[in-house]
Ligand binder design. Structure first.
Ligand code: ADP
Ligand code: MG
Length: 666
């Protein structure tokens, strides 16, 4: 159901919710609290000056609204409690004034000024706590939507009709003594008590994992049964010649991964493989080998990068790598002219183009291929099943190779990507110097600037990652601009500084990136939102501000932007104070180990985790903390899907309908 079917939600609020990726009533209901606060009456006698206070009382006399100046108003009144009479002051929440009436019962929450016998209130509730503590849900917010407002809309939503059904069948729910799905959803938002909340959380975690794993095992079965899967002859001698002609020798892990991929491609089974390895471990070149093999077998390939800049870079690398080979390559991005785009689309349909490189938009506009047999996705984690529907080919199921530079440990990978095979690259190309990582506090800024100066004097280049305070684009812009100014102040007389941010159009971005690549700029300022996914060998330093805001894997990935040649490179993390978590990065350069650590210790602090990797997109379950539950859910899901597909269980057509949406060949 649409969000605006909830009373009180109009077009403006709909827009605000979009920022939290909520567009339907059901998504809102599944927007679970990230924490809870227990409201419990304070023990008045033990309160000291300045303590937090929560107290019930009755309003004495008529409250007064006082205008101090234009943007500052306050309401003052007195309450009598079971102990004493207290003054209450609340600033700027003038809308409360009409509800604050003589004789009304209220709970006041605020700070206790013992000297003046006054509460500076932050909040007033028109519901007494009495003896029972109240558990309050807290939600992630965005500018213009407070946790309180979100709670209000969610409460309206769950009190009314909603269209949410659990995929967990009754026989499994009974096994775990689960309550109804609606009960669990109600409790997660409006818990009756701590025990109910615990039960509800366990149930919803399980529900989420089960649903996910049910889809995974369905897809796995589909892949095995796929009669449109293709097999091809692998031209070993040509491919070996190509590998011999590379400007370097493949590492052991690269060779192994290549063999695994080529073997998949030769089998009449749809390849669905994940290639994991640190940034710079040499995944891309393996992708090109697979593309070459596909080309030799006379099929088309598509290569999808996460950003336009990266797509362009892959394109240029492809041109270099395939020099002297008669493979027709094109680049399709949003900056491709209309005319050129038409020619490309025709070329894909007529089989004149062998390899198309682009971003997601490649598949968003129903591109028609002649015989697409290989799709490579970079940093997509999971090539969306619905996206696959947009690739129209003639009775061929393309092989899919997904590449990821946020590797996860094999045990987790096998469960999470249960429908994929996994190849890992752990060894680094020889001759690479490890990036040296330092940690500095903001007080040590002079050190940071001195270190930067040395690199600049050596004619090397530097990335500067400006702090990302919020998801707000405006703030991103501000932060980047501020940092650019600072850099200009420090280095502007001798060096050239540029910046990229989300508000730039792709032409501008590209120009700045090119300037950096061609060393017309010495320092490039950006936020991680613009993945600086470029290969600038002369960049020898990356300085990351507010490093504590990022997950370790994200930091490690950022660090991978430097150290791409034999120049000694440096990563400087800057934060307000030392963080234990960040110390780990100083001594460790192994992405697999870092992600293991991240998995085990993931908590608050990784603001961007959700965005960074698709696997973290669970609402409530935590892949590492709930791993045992995940294994159980996997077993249960396999059992259920067996029953479902063999008509051994009834009443779950709605589950089947949902699963059929994942079919990609109709
Ligand atoms: P990834 O895609 O894993 O981030 P790339 O494939 O882009 O890594 O490789 C990074 C750089 O290392 C590229 O310039 C690539 O040409 C080079 N490279 C790849 N494999 C090797 C190797 N075995 N030896 C030396 N250099 C390599
Ligand atoms: Mg890459």
């Amino acid at each position: 159901m649409q969000l605006d079917t909830i009373s009180g939600i109009g077009p403006k609020t709909v827009e605000l919710f979009k920022k939290l990726s909520i567009t339907t009533k059901e998504e809102l209901i599944k927007f679970y609290p990230y924490k809870y606060e227990i409201l419990k009456k304070s023990d008045f006698r033990s309160l000291s000056n300045g303590d937090k206070i929560i107290i019930d009382g009755i309003i004495e006399g008529q409250p007064m609204l006082i205008y101090l100046h234009k943007n500052l108003k306050k309401i003052i009144f007195r309450i009598s409690t079971d102990k004493t009479i207290l003054n209450v002051t609340i600033y700027n929440q003038t809308y409360l004034y009409d509800s604050l009436k003589y004789g009304k019962e209220v709970t006041v929450i605020g700070k206790f000024d013992k000297v003046k016998n006054t509460i500076i209130a932050s909040d007033i509730r028109f519901e007494l706590l009495n003896g029972t503590p109240k558990i309050e849900a807290k939600y992630h917010t965005t500018n213009g939507l407070s946790s309180k407002t979100i709670a209000k809309f969610i409460n309206t939503a769950i009190d009314g009709e909603f269209d949410l059904k659990s995929f967990v069948p009754k026989y499994i729910a009974d096994k775990y003594y689960f309550d109804s799905y609606k009960w669990a959803i109600y409790q997660i938002h409006k818990p009756m008590d701590v025990i109910s909340l615990k039960h509800a959380r366990q149930q919803l975690k399980y529900d989420e994992l089960f649903t996910y794993l049910l889809k995974i095992s369905y897809m796995k079965r589909k892949i095995v049964e796929d009669k449109f899967a293709i097999s091809r002859k692998i031209n070993k001698s040509q491919i070996n010649k190509f590998i011999k002609n590379l400007p370097f020798e493949l590492t052991e892990d690269q060779i192994k991964a290549t063999e695994e991929i080529l073997q998949d491609m030769s089998k009449k089974k749809r390849m669905n493989r994940l290639l994991q390895g640190d940034v710079g471990s040499g995944k891309t070149v393996i992708a090109f080998i697979a593309i070459y093999a596909n080309y030799l077998a006379s099929y088309q390939s598509a290569f999808m990068a996460p950003t336009e800049i990266l797509a362009k870079q892959h394109y240029e690398e492809a041109l270099k790598l395939f020099e002297g080979i008669d493979i027709k390559i094109e680049l399709l991005t949003s900056s491709t002219t209309k005319k050129k785009k038409e020619i490309i689309l025709k070329g894909l349909e007529n089989n004149e183009i062998d390899l198309i490189i682009g971003t997601q938009s490649l598949i968003q506009n129903n591109v028609i291929f002649n015989n697409l047999a290989l799709v490579i996705t970079d940093e997509q984690h999971r090539f969306g099943v619905n996206q696959r529907n947009n690739l129209k080919e003639k009775a061929i199921s393309p092989d899919v190779l997904s590449m990821s530079a946020t590797p996860i440990p094999r045990t987790y990978a096998l469960t999470i990507y249960g429908d994929m095979d996994v190849s890992n690259i752990k060894t680094k190309p020889v001759g690479r110097k490890e990036v040296i990582t330092y940690f500095k506090t903001e007080k040590e800024m002079t050190d940071v600037l001195n270190m930067m100066k040395i690199e600049l004097d050596n004619k090397h280049q530097i990335y500067v990652i400006a702090p990302m305070i919020d998801n707000e684009e405006d703030e991103e812009l501000m932060s980047v601009n501020k940092m650019e100014k600072k850099m200009n102040y420090a280095f502007g007389r001798l060096f050239k500084i540029g910046s990229i941010h989300g508000k730039m159009d792709s032409k501008e971005k590209e120009k700045t990136m090119n300037d950096f690549t061609n060393h017309k700029l010495d320092i490039l300022v950006s936020t991680t939102v613009i993945e600086v996914g470029v290969n600038v060998a002369n960049a020898s330093m990356i300085v990351i501000f507010n490093a504590n805001m990022f997950g370790l894997s994200t930091l490690h990935q950022l660090r991978g932007r430097v150290g791409r040649s034999d120049i000694q490179s440096y990563c400087i993390m800057v934060a307000d104070k030392p963080y234990k978590r960040l110390e780990m990065l100083q001594d460790c350069n192994d992405g697999f180990a870092i992600s293991q650590y991240d998995f085990e210790n993931r908590g608050e602090g990784d603001l961007f985790g959700r965005r960074q990797s698709g696997i973290m997109s669970f609402n409530i379950a935590n892949v590492s903390k709930d791993y045992k539950m995940m294994l159980k859910a996997k077993e249960d899901a396999e059992d259920f899907i067996d029953k479902l597909l063999n008509n051994k269980i009834e009443g779950y057509d709605y589950v089947l309908d949902e699963l059929h949406k994942l079919d990609n060949l109709e």
